[in-house]
Design a protein around this ligand. Structure first.
Ligand code: YCP
Ligand code: CO
Length: 279
């Protein structure tokens, strides 16, 4: 199934706002923060395959123990009700809240590489604004509050939170065997992909900007390679540099540089985020 908005639901209520305030008080997981530049990725597991809140890493939960609510769900009753009212939990494996802090970006990556069986992933933005952006391949788009999105997480994606406030998404993972009627309480139509009204148009990148990025190879070293990657990701959200701009640019600037240690680290990261990983 391709990435697309499949429905819209009510997410803006005082009780949800109260839950989002409570969320700040809970002990959150920092798992997957290595995917982020400029801050942590915080998550709160609400439903898992073994009922434990766990450490937030999907491969660390017991797959056959009986999926159910975690203790965190009790602290967030409105979010729990939102899930129960709109989604069918029979094939639900994980439900979690993911928080991205202002100024953070997610490195372009593919998910699920480390899982034995693929998942069907949905995103429901609970707190977001027009300065929060998603990228799939080279399409930059908004997921608006109250939208329910199906996300093909096996495709390369990236995120930016340039809002002044936290971006909070509810992320639901259903088993590979879930059919559309096993996912939502109301039937939904599958469409053709990311609707044009969600897409953010970027101007083409200027040649001088591209050169400026590649010239960063001159200062690249083993201390700043993540910062340089972050800068290139920021540029991708400003202007369209073409398919695979971020990874092509960092690997090319690394090739041009004499910083062999940093170059090798970037190649290792590229492999981990896009091709192969076991954890
Ligand atoms: C995402 N993928 O793309 C998640 C968040 C990193 C892995 C954390 O939203
Ligand atoms: Co992801």
């Amino acid at each position: 199934m391709r990435t697309q908005r499949i429905a819209q639901i009510v997410t803006q209520t005082d009780r949800i706002s109260a839950d989002l305030a409570t969320l700040e008080q809970l002990e959150l997981s920092t798992a997957y923060s290595n995917y982020i530049c400029g801050g942590p990725w915080l998550s709160c597991m609400l439903w898992s395959t073994d009922g434990g809140a766990g450490d937030g890493v999907l491969t660390h939960y017991d797959a056959g123990a009986g999926a159910r609510w975690t203790p965190h769900a009790e602290a967030l009753p409105a979010v729990r009700e939102l899930i129960e009212r709109n989604f069918k939990v029979a094939k639900l494996k994980f439900a979690r809240l993911g928080i991205l802090r202002p100024g953070s970006v997610i490195i372009p990556h593919r998910d699920l590489l480390e899982l034995d069986a693929p998942l069907h992933r949905l995103h429901v933005p609970l707190a977001t604004d027009e300065n929060c952006m998603f990228t799939e391949r080279n399409i930059v788009y908004h997921m608006r509050r109250g939208d329910v999105w199906f996300l093909d997480a096996s495709d390369v994606h990236s995120v930016a939170c340039f809002s002044e406030r936290n971006r909070v998404h509810l992320i639901l993972d259903f088993g590979d065997d879930a059919r559309p009627e096993d996912i939502m309480c109301v039937p939904f139509e599958l469409g053709a992909g990311i609707a044009p009204d969600c897409v953010i148009q970027r101007r083409p990148i200027r040649a001088a900007e591209r050169e400026a990025m590649l010239a960063l190879g001159e200062v690249l070293d083993e201390r700043n390679y993540r910062k340089i990657l972050e800068l290139v990701i920021h540029q991708h959200y400003r202007a369209d540099g073409g398919e695979n701009f971020v990874w092509n640019t960092v690997l090319e600037l690394a090739e041009r540089s004499r910083a062999h240690e940093a170059r090798d680290k970037l190649y290792e990261m590229h492999r981990y985020y896009l091709m192969e990983r076991s954890d």
